[in-house]
Design a protein around this ligand. Structure first.
Ligand SMILES: NC(=O)c1ccc[n+]([C@@H]2O[C@H](COP(=O)([O-])OP(=O)(O)OC[C@H]3O[C@@H](n4cnc5c(N)ncnc54)[C@H](OP(=O)(O)O)[C@@H]3O)[C@@H](O)[C@H]2O)c1
Length: 288
């Protein structure tokens, strides 16, 4: 299997790098080796390598900053994806493109399925939706994988950020009313690897954990596990509850839980899987 993977320095890219099967012929690219906004370099690389599958994890992911620089967000998340989709179509490659829960508005209380209509509220979500539509329109064999609240041992993300703050005895400030389905990048990477090897997958799929919770509950879960692991009590101190209404931040969907397209374990099993994933991050941080 010849596979080109973009965004190799991102959290999902690094998780894929650790897991791809040894018998795959893979090129991992990052923004230095392949800027997806540069169609000339991109075409040359794809023509040369002739991948069977392209996995696009590259994205402009700074949700707050995107409000101030929409051009840059659209350049990567929409035009860059269009470049990839066109190049994939030219060489007959499949495209697996990663997208986000933020394509949904969040004014609901039921997890979004892959059949629900997107309606993003912020620039990041709008740029990612544009990328989805361009990918589907320009490359015949495209699969969009929407995921949510990705966490991992790589880079800056919610789970290690909370663990590090707790270990430093810092206050953890969390948005209230922000509900989602946290997803371990390693599990998402395993799923994408399966998808690469699947013939004729669906056009749009969702992959996330089956546990729906708000950020305070997730932080509390992390604190409980860290306490058990270290035999020291850690608590989440939500000193000044920040609601989305008064936060000086980007409008984020209040409710962006996804319904995974996978089979669903019972709740106890789903919680146990999420706890194992959090434990992986605790182990990785404490064993550094
Ligand atoms: N993180 C989340 O909570 C979350 C939630 C839902 C969906 N997603 C989606 O999941 C995917 C992976 O996210 P992630 O968390 O792994 O993101 P990430 O850690 O921010 O990594 C994204 C990578 O994209 C690369 N990139 C940016 N602009 C580029 C360009 N012009 N050309 C080539 N590469 C470029 C960056 O490369 P350099 O490091 O080389 O600059 C970065 O390493 C993205 O599609 C994201 O939208 C993420």
């Amino acid at each position: 299997m010849r596979v080109l993977i973009t965004g190799a320095r991102g959290q999902l890219g690094q998780s894929l790098r650790e897991r791809v099967p040894e018998d795959w012929e893979v090129i991992f690219t990052d923004s230095k080796t392949l800027d997806i906004t540069n169609s000339t370099t991109l075409d040359a690389m794809i023509q040369g390598f002739q991948p069977e599958v392209i996995v696009n994890t590259a994205a402009y992911t700074n949700v707050d900053q995107a409000e101030h620089e929409p051009k840059q967000a659209f350049a990567v998340n929409a035009h860059g994806v269009a470049n990839l989709a066109q190049a994939a179509q030219k060489v007959g490659s499949r495209l697996i493109h990663i997208s986000t829960d933020y394509v949904f508005r969040g004014n609901t209380n039921q997890p979004y399925t892959a059949l629900d209509a997107p309606n993003p509220s912020n620039v990041y979500g709008k740029s990612k939706l544009a990328g989805e539509l361009l990918a589907l329109g320009l490359c015949e064999h495209t699969t969009i994988v929407r995921t949510s609240w990705v966490f991992s041992e790589h880079g800056r993300n919610f789970v290690p950020a909370v663990i590090n703050k707790l270990l430093d005895n810092q206050t953890v400030e969390i948005y209230e009313n922000n509900i989602g389905t946290p997803t371990y990048a390693g599990a998402l990477a395993d799923y994408i690897i399966e998808l690469v090897e699947t013939q004729n997958p669906a056009k749009i799929v969702h992959y996330c954990s089956d546990v729906i919770l708000d950020r305070v509950e997730l932080a509390q879960m992390i604190a409980t596990q860290l306490s058990a692991h270290t035999h020291k009590q850690y608590d989440i101190k939500v000193t000044a509850p920040v609601t989305l209404a008064n936060a000086e931040h980007t409008v984020r969907p209040d409710y962006s839980a996804l319904r995974s397209s996978q089979t669903h374990p019972d709740q106890a099993q789903a919680v146990s899987v999420l706890q194992q994933h959090i434990q992986t991050i605790i182990n990785s941080l404490l064993n550094k």
